[in-house]
Design a protein around this ligand. Structure first.
Ligand code: NAD
Length: 399
């Protein structure tokens, strides 16, 4: 298969190595920055390919082409994989749009919120003639070891959900990716589920809020443990945010009984499904976070300031998960008329720390909505429009 990987970071290193190690694939890598493309070429030449290592094994793959020219990179692409932070999705899709053929599968991993709306706007007319898909999470925790040469996979999810537009294509793409990536990719009913089900949007801003909402500006002695630092207060914040998303799901299903939102799981269910035996104590949400082997030792983002260490509020836990995920869910809640007081408390605090403006007087009407993934940003102002933006199939029938 001809596959185009977009991006040059941890996720792109992992995908390039895994996919190029299969002799039946042709892998091109598109990097928007020419200097980064040069570093990839040099690294690959020095290392003899991209090595992907985990605790038990390693494999080696050599992509066919590394390029910062969108036309060259996109040639013959049957599938495009955006392995990028969400803030780069739109720009990269705009660079590629005029070079992709109708019928191409175009997806992001992870998709974050409302990736379908973002991609359809960026791709223009091509959007209705290709397939857009997204994975709920990146399947791996991975870190570059040597740039352009090797990457370490610290952990892999046992299964990942995938949604597509048009929705009926999700099964074929999931089947292909399950085979190519050697992990279970499960098709789910629609992108709306993927947006609401994103758990990073709850966990990352929720724990940042729990850890730092009372921070007075005093230097920190060290970076606090992130997941193991979840105390009873933070666990309650996370549980309440998750309950609010479930209330949105219930309201949507009340209005649209045929809409399948079964993939929008409560946080504790998602933890069990994703981490299984890595959770040593599941007696409470707090215990599940504190004892998850995959989360052990991970610390909150901090940075050095003049006075010492301080929380890094520009790190992705807020700068990616708020505008490109939680704001999309909050926008859907607003369309559904479901109050979300805990999510609003977290957002009000986070927007101030980010220096952004989303919620004003309890409504999504701040100036930074224009650069977010809220459905309202794409001109969607009613639930009917939102549901029918997915597809006008039977699931969208109103009660
Ligand atoms: P990364 O920081 O390693 O990737 C950065 C790369 O993205 C850059 O090297 C560049 O190639 C590209 N990029 C950045 N800004 C760009 C722009 N404006 N235009 C074009 N390209 C740009 O990120 P990553 O670790 O590969 O993660 C990718 C996504 O996966 C992120 O959303 C991240 O939150 C998510 N994720 C990563 C992990 C992990 O273990 N690495 C785990 C879970 C989720």
């Amino acid at each position: 298969m001809h596959i185009l990987i977009c991006g040059g970071g941890n996720a792109a290193h992992t995908l390039a190595g895994i996919l190029a190690s299969r002799p039946d694939n042709h892998i091109n890598v598109f990097l928007s920055f020419p200097e980064e493309a040069e570093r990839w070429k040099q690294g690959l030449a020095l290392g003899g390919g991209m090595c992907v290592r985990n605790r038990e094994s390693e494999l080696l793959g050599y992509p066919s082409l590394i390029s910062s020219n969108p036309q060259d990179a996109a040639a013959h692409a049957q599938m495009v994989l955006l392995a990028l932070p969400a803030y780069a999705h739109e720009a990269v899709l705009c660079q590629l749009a005029s070079h992709l053929e109708p019928g191409t599968w175009i997806g992001a991993l992870p998709a974050r919120g409302a990736f379908d709306l973002c991609a359809r706007e960026a791709l223009g007319k091509l959007a209705e003639r290709c397939v857009i898909f997204g994975l709920q999470t990146l399947p791996w925790a991975c870190r570059i070891e040597v740039f352009g040469q090797s990457v370490l996979v610290l952990g892999a999810k046992s299964q990942v959900d995938l949604a597509a537009h048009p929705t009926h294509q999700a099964a074929a793409i999931s089947h292909t990716l399950t085979h190519l990536l050697d992990l279970q990719v499960t098709p789910i009913a629609n992108f709306l589920s993927l947006t609401l089900a994103g758990t990073g949007q709850l966990i990352h801003p929720g724990i940042m809020y729990g850890l730092f909402h009372t921070w007075s500006g005093e230097p920190l002695e060290e970076a606090p443990l992130f997941y193991q630092g979840v105390d009873a207060f933070t666990a309650n914040v996370l549980q309440t945010m998750s309950d609010e998303v479930q209330a949105v799901r219930a309201a949507l299903q009340e209005s649209f009984p045929m809409l399948d939102l079964s993939a929008v799981r409560p946080l504790d269910q998602w933890l069990h499904l994703s981490y299984g035996r890595d959770l040593h104590d599941t007696s409470s949400l707090q215990a599940a976070f504190n004892t998850n082997r995959s989360y052990q030792g991970l610390r909150a983002p901090v940075r050095q300031s003049e006075g010492g260490l301080e929380p890094d509020f520009q790190a992705r836990y807020l700068s990616e998960d708020v505008p490109y995920a939680l704001i999309a869910t909050r926008g859907i809640a607003e369309l559904a008329g479901v109050p979300t007081p805990q999510i609003d408390r977290v957002l009000t605090w986070a927007q101030q720390r980010l220096g952004h403006e989303y919620l004003i007087d309890g409504k999504l009407q701040g100036k930074d909505i224009a650069a977010s993934r809220a459905p309202q940003r794409y001109g969607i102002t009613t639930l009917d429009q939102l549901i029918h933006s997915e597809e006008t199939e039977s699931h969208g029938q109103k009660k």
